[in-house]
Design a protein around this ligand. Structure first.
Ligand SMILES: Cc1cc2nc3c(=O)[nH]c(=O)nc-3n(C[C@H](O)[C@H](O)[C@H](O)COP(=O)(O)OP(=O)(O)OC[C@H]3O[C@@H](n4cnc5c(N)ncnc54)[C@H](O)[C@@H]3O)c2cc1C
Length: 472
């Protein structure tokens, strides 16, 4: 483990913010959105009970179809909540952050799918008890003769495709674009399920309350997707008219892109957040890539810094000043608005240092001294090092570079030459009062897991650890 001192920082690192400060993210936003989701789910159960769900258990067949109905209703409400989770609603985004949303999205998505499969199996077996067609015959009969069922079957196939490609092993084999395109079929699945709910599902139309609830939820989901995924990005891009103003080679593999635009002082963005960027520099412009701000927004410009890993990141180095830029965002919760105390540690690895560099610039100077822990494989992998050092010094803090190759024998945030030093022990040695600090973590996902576990072991409470993964 080595500390390093870097040369004087560049001038632009000292550029000061001219924007009005944004308020901290209220913690009750998270509770409010969770209460909304639970209330909607419980309300669906209440509607099912009010519609005779518990009293209609006359025979085994009826009981099965009734429970099947309930699981179908729960699958539907979870699917709509799933759409809301991913609609980029600012309150939800800010309350949960990218990492937590991705985790909840996965949990809700798989639960909804399992309930949908249970719905199909239970209702088919339940109905078959009242016919002599058998289970398969009943299924075919239902699909062919019940209104909306062919569409529902098509919707189910679309959802099966989404779920199969979301299983981690399958996802790892797909290109991001293919996975993302397939994922959009989830909207199709949700939409195609609607007619069979309307035409055959008495729960949807059984009472005015049920009708208003279901139509209302579908409408809210649709309007949210259109408003926050389509209209808002278009409005922001048109309003701010971002263009590339400077392209800087930070190292042979890392490029910074500075963009200027109109009214950037009114863009509600915080240091450390990310946007989805589209550079209009020719064919392939329609592909959006997420990059975090690597400098605190100063009301005049935005800067990203990216490592070359594929086609889009390679292209950044070839951008010409004047290239137009479209943005979706800002997104993410990795910013100073979520701090729980006045003391901070920033822990980054590799290119994951970029949002932390922006956060460091945004932090007020403090006698408690911010600590930046920067993990890299080799000294030459350090990027934005002079800026980091200069900013840390200006804030009364310090930068500690943790250099060396990763351990292969166990998951650890430390390099191999840290020997037998424990992960939490190392954190406590470098930052003895870490338990009283907010810890921001960004880097590759496995390494981040090790840092987060070590921070908790060192006494940092859950709500004081803030992280964002550079992966989908
Ligand atoms: C919230 C967030 C913030 C990020 N911030 C930065 C940053 O500041 N600097 C930086 O260097 N990198 C950042 N990344 C990673 C960056 O988005 C990817 O490296 C980049 O999109 C790769 O595109 P490519 O065409 O060059 O490579 P590809 O060959 O297309 O992809 C290489 C790998 O990057 C990942 N990737 C590709 N496209 C996306 C996408 N649209 N969304 C998420 N992951 C994708 C995939 O895991 C893929 O295997 C961030 C990622 C996320 C999710």
């Amino acid at each position: 483990m080595t500390s390093f001192a870097l040369p004087e920082a560049r001038e632009h690192a000292a550029a000061r913010s001219q924007r009005r400060a944004l308020r901290p993210t209220p913690r009750w936003w998270r509770d409010a959105s969770a209460v909304f989701a639970w209330a909607a789910t419980l309300f669906v159960v209440a509607l099912w009970v009010a519609g005779g769900g518990l009293t209609a258990f006359g025979s085994v067949g009826e009981a099965l179809s009734d429970v099947g109905r309930l699981s179908g209703l729960l699958a539907s409400v979870l699917m709509l909540l799933q759409v809301l989770l991913m609609a980029r609603i600012p309150l939800v985004e800010q309350a949960w952050g990218q990492d937590e949303l991705a985790r909840v999205h996965r949990l809700v998505g798989f639960t909804s799918f399992n309930l949908m499969v249970a719905h199909i199996v239970l209702t088919t077996v339940g109905y078959s008890a009242g016919t002599d067609l058998g289970v398969v015959g009943t299924f075919v009969d239902e699909v062919l003769h019940s209104p909306g069922m062919v569409l529902a079957l098509a919707g189910t196939i679309a959802l099966v495709m989404v779920v199969v490609t979301s299983v981690k092993r399958a996802r790892a084999r797909l290109r991001y674009e293919s996975w993302h395109l397939l994922h959009l079929y989830a909207y199709l699945g949700a939409g195609l399920a609607l007619p069979h709910q309307l035409w055959t599902g008495e729960d949807f139309t059984s009472s005015p309350v049920a009708t208003v609830f279901w139509w209302g939820l579908y409408a809210v989901a649709l309007v949210s997707v259109l408003a926050f995924r389509v209209v808002l990005p278009v409005v922001r891009s048109r309003r701010h008219r971002l263009v590339v103003s400077e392209v800087v080679a930070e190292s042979p593999t890392v490029t910074s892109v500075v963009m200027t635009g109109r009214h950037l002082d009114r863009l509600p963005v915080r240091a450390g957040q990310f946007f989805q960027w589209r550079f209009l520099d020719g064919p392939g412009w329609s592909r959006a890539n997420p990059f975090s701000l690597s400098a605190a927004p100063d009301g005049r410009s935005l800067r990203i810094t990216a490592e070359r890993v594929g086609a889009s990141t390679e292209r950044l180095a070839t951008l010409r000043p004047g290239t137009q830029v479209l943005v979706e965002g800002p997104y993410g919760r990795l910013h100073t608005g979520v701090r729980t105390s006045s003391k901070t540690v920033l822990v980054g690895a590799g290119i994951g240092i970029t949002p932390l560099r922006a956060i460091l610039e945004d932090l007020p100077a403090s006698p408690d001294g911010v600590v930046v822990l920067y993990r890299v494989g080799r000294q030459s992998d350090i990027v934005l090092g002079d800026e980091l050092f200069d900013l840390a010094r200006a804030k009364g803090g310090r930068v500690v570079a943790v250099v060396g190759h990763r351990r292969r024998d166990r998951a650890s945030w430390l390099p191999v030459d840290a020997g037998r030093l424990g992960d939490a022990e190392a954190l406590l040695r470098i930052v003895p009062d870490i338990a009283e600090r907010d810890v921001y973590v960004c880097g590759n996902p496995t390494w981040m897991d090790a840092v987060i576990a070590a921070a908790h072991e060192a006494g940092v409470p859950r709500e004081a650890v803030h992280h964002e993964r550079f992966s989908y």
